[in-house]
Design a protein around this ligand. Structure first.
Ligand SMILES: [Zn+2]
Ligand SMILES: [Zn+2]
Ligand SMILES: [Zn+2]
Length: 130
């Protein structure tokens, strides 16, 4: 029996902004609480929900194509052919930030609020706010 498999989903909702303060909301769909101002916003994106529900992927145990059938992520799926289980995890969105000290682009995972980044190339530190 194989261990647990985790597969990253191919689809993710676009990053949404708080309707009240314009800062980034936590990634995902449904009710999200803005960490900056505390407002609760409903994030809905029908094309993403359709893509997530219809997402197909090969079973990591036997390669049979499995349909996700839900827009929930993470979700545990069971292959109908081999009854193997695996977990479909949320896609991690990354954004590119230009370092103000050099031209290098940093790929980071956006999180709401302000955080300090350190450029690996020129070692300058700077703050980003989403
Ligand atoms: Zn807000
Ligand atoms: Zn299988
Ligand atoms: Zn730099």
């Amino acid at each position: 029996m194989a261990g647990s498999f985790e597969i990253e989903s191919r689809y993710a909702a676009p990053l949404a902004e708080c309707a009240h303060c314009g800062h980034m909301l936590p990634q995902g769909l449904g009710e999200k609480e803005c960490v900056i101002c505390g407002a609760v916003c409903r994030v809905s994106h029908q094309p993403t929900i359709d893509n997530l529900t219809d997402e197909t992927l090969p079973c990591p145990h036997c390669n049979t194509v499995v349909v996700a059938g839900t827009d929930e992520r993470p979700t545990e799926l069971t292959c109908s052919a081999c009854t193997g289980k695996f977990t479909l995890t949320p896609k991690i969105l990354k954004v590119e930030i230009d370092c103000p000290g050099c031209e290098r682009q940093l790929r980071i995972r956006p999180k709401p609020g302000t955080r300090e980044l350190k450029c690996p190339a020129c070692e300058s530190k700077f703050n980003v706010t989403f």
